[in-house]
Design a protein around this ligand. Structure first.
Ligand SMILES: Cc1cc2nc3c(=O)[nH]c(=O)nc-3n(C[C@H](O)[C@H](O)[C@H](O)COP(=O)(O)O)c2cc1C
Length: 205
């Protein structure tokens, strides 16, 4: 059996989803997979980034992280997305990247990958579920296998109980409002479950 390859694809303005991605990478490694952490290219103008000190700081601190390409999605057996909520939806930066993978999709190269997603928003009910469901709509079009955590483990309840994927509320100071350990445990569980499904999919006929 080949080693599972996991791509952690994230976009983050102020660091929350980068942190979720780092926890996801650690979990995917623990699950014995080969891991790439990849950021979605920033497309906002410098003036927008400069309008928020946290955004500028995070942007500059993550310059060395590779930007995701369509080839990375082709490479991966399992893909974990982590993106912030923007008006109850996926950030434009992420949508722009997704709009570049039509060629892969047309060749059927995104089918049967195990995919799962995480998100954050400022408010407890700021649109986290809507963002994840919106992202998953794209994955259904790919023919990917969406691995939602559901309520399959007690750690999920401690982290807010979003059955579609781990989600957090984060203050304007960039601090998670939910207990970080509980969130990390949920990420850990979600990622291991996704890698496990990717392993099972190796036997798909
Ligand atoms: C343009 C914009 C729209 C946003 N829309 C929402 C929203 O609808 N609900 C909400 O609770 N937070 C919203 N937020 C807050 C972000 O979701 C929050 O800053 C983000 O989850 C932090 O993640 P990050 O640190 O990875 O960038 C919005 C932020 C921006 C900049």
């Amino acid at each position: 059996m080949e080693m599972i390859k996991t791509a952690i694809v994230y976009y983050s303005s102020t660091g929350t989803n980068h942190q979720l991605a780092e926890w996801a990478a650690a979990a995917a490694e623990e699950a014995g997979s080969e891991v790439k952490v990849l950021k979605v290219k920033e497309t906002a103008p410098a003036a927008a980034i400069d309008s928020n000190a946290l955004w500028r700081k995070h942007h500059d601190a993550t310059q060395d992280i590779a930007e995701v390409t369509p080839e990375d999605l082709e490479w991966a057996d399992a893909i974990i997305f982590s993106v912030p909520t923007r008006f109850g939806n996926v950030p434009g930066q992420v949508q722009s990247f997704i709009d570049t993978v039509g060629g892969l999709w047309a060749q059927g190269k995104l089918a049967n990958k195990a995919v799962s997603a995480m998100t954050s928003a400022q408010n407890e009910h700021g649109g986290q579920e809507a963002t994840l469901l919106s992202l998953y709509t794209t994955m259904y079009h790919w023919g990917a296998i969406v691995v939602a955590p559901g309520y399959t483990d007690p750690v999920l309840f401690e982290a807010g109980g979003n059955p579609y994927g781990t989600s957090v509320a984060v203050g304007q100071d960039g601090e998670m409002k939910t207990d970080r350990k509980a969130i990390q445990a949920a990420v850990n569980y979600q990622v291991k479950r996704t890698v496990s499904v990717a392993k099972a999919l190796q036997h798909l006929e």
